[in-house]
Ligand binder design. Structure first.
Ligand SMILES: *Cc1c(COP(=O)(O)O)cnc(C)c1O
Length: 390
């Protein structure tokens, strides 16, 4: 089955009691048993829920995996994966990791005796120096937030396999429509389904997809034992979102590319970071491992000041100023004062997050309206700050 057909049908069966074509929202905490232990496969809703089961099967199919396990948020999914490790184990990750993941690694799991290394995984060789007998997992994101750096998934999984190390890919930015890490040798895929998978900015949800039974069993155990499950209403919304994932992604990609080109041509724009641009450092690898280049991008202004960025963001009429990404509506954000505000200035500048850097989650509106909205807002920005002019 091809992707679009799977998005509409995978995991979904007409409801056995009524024939309802849409999976019902099984808003129940428990299920009646005929005799103790004699039941229809459902005992208690932390352990199993039919709406969640349908979503888990759907997500597994989309990622070409055997098992899908859903959680109450992307961070809950991440938390469960890291809990498969033990004190003394080491994990290697990208230095430009999602802030919430970095926070969980360093503030929650480090005190429990896990060790984390952060490296520039755009150079896969840099992993080798950090591997020792305690290394149990490599965790990567690609493309990364907000610089859109691309990591060669296959190059990393090849190194990992030689050392019996699990590779987990956070596939939130790319989605299974654009990139299928399990096919490239990864052992685990994690999603913030809050973003493109749900796709309508109306649900917080996470998921893990994998192929190996022993990994799946550990994760089902953790899901049930620690209980960060997603509720049936949220599962219903995610299932509904998935049905149009392929159509939405096609438009996100089309708009992302058009917006990147328009920004590049604007005289007040300095750099545009979009893996679909030929000059982007990760363009060739992105072309190799992704179907298209997505709807996320960032750019900086020649007037590289926080004031200029704020002026721009206050003047967009369609792009809304907000955290998050991946919904049908276009969003604009300012990493220096929002997602990356807690990172020391020098370190922030080193990773490329300059004062004027602006991140866009390009939605599925009409392309021309989005471009016009950004151009009129950039036109309102001063060429240079008074200080720089002097
Ligand atoms: C949002 C996000 C997360 C965290 O997911 P939540 O659903 O907000 O808990 C993890 N990774 C990436 C790349 C994200 O964008």
């Amino acid at each position: 089955m091809k992707f679009g057909t799977k998005a509409v049908h995978a995991g979904i069966e007409p409801d056995p009691s009524t024939g309802a074509i849409m999976t019902p929202i099984y808003q129940t905490s428990t299920y009646v048993q005929k005799a103790p232990g004699e039941h229809l496969g459902y005992e208690y809703a932390r352990t199993q829920n039919p709406t969640r089961t349908a979503l888990e099967k759907s997500l597994a199919a989309l990622e070409n995996g055997q098992y899908g396990i859903c959680f109450g948020s992307g961070m809950a999914a991440t938390d469960a994966i890291v809990k498969m490790l033990k004190p003394g184990d080491e994990l290697i990750s990208t230095s430009d990791l999602y802030g919430g993941t970095y926070r969980a690694f360093t503030k929650i799991f480090e005190p429990y005796g896990l060790k984390f290394h952060f490296a520039n995984l755009q150079n896969p060789e840099s992993v080798k120096e950090l591997i020792n007998e305690n290394t149990k997992m490599i965790w990567l994101e690609t493309p990364t937030n907000p610089m859109m750096n691309v990591v060669d998934i296959q190059a990393i999984t090849q190194i990992a396999k030689e050392h019996n190390i699990l590779v987990c890919v956070d596939n939130t930015f790319a989605t299974p429509y654009l990139q299928q890490p399990l096919d490239l040798g990864a052992d685990l895929v994690v999603h913030s389904a809050t973003k493109y998978i749900g796709g309508h900015s109306d649900v917080v949800m996470g998921a893990v997809i994998c192929n190996r039974q022993e990994i799946a069993e550990k994760l089902y155990f953790l899901q049930n034992a620690t209980g960060a499950v997603s509720g049936p209403m949220d599962c219903f919304l995610a299932l509904r979102g998935i049905k149009t994932l392929h159509l939405r992604m096609t438009q996100h990609c089309k708009n992302g590319k058009a917006v990147a080109e328009a920004l590049k041509a604007h005289p007040k724009v300095d750099k545009v970071h979009y893996p679909g641009l030929k000059e982007h450092s990760g363009h060739e690898i992105a072309k190799k491992q992704m179907k298209d280049f997505g709807g996320m991008l960032s750019f900086s202004l020649k007037n590289d000041t926080i004031e200029a960025a704020i002026k721009l963001m206050q003047n967009t009429k369609i792009f809304a100023l907000a955290e998050s990404l991946g919904g049908v509506e276009s969003l604009v954000g300012h990493p220096a004062t929002m997602t990356h505000a807690s990172i020391p200035l020098e370190q922030r500048l080193q990773t490329g997050v300059t004062d004027s850097l602006i991140r866009l989650s390009v939605g599925i509106e009409d392309t021309e309206d989005l471009i016009n909205d950004l151009i009129q807002a950039i036109d309102k920005v001063e060429e240079k700050s008074p200080a720089m002019a002097g």
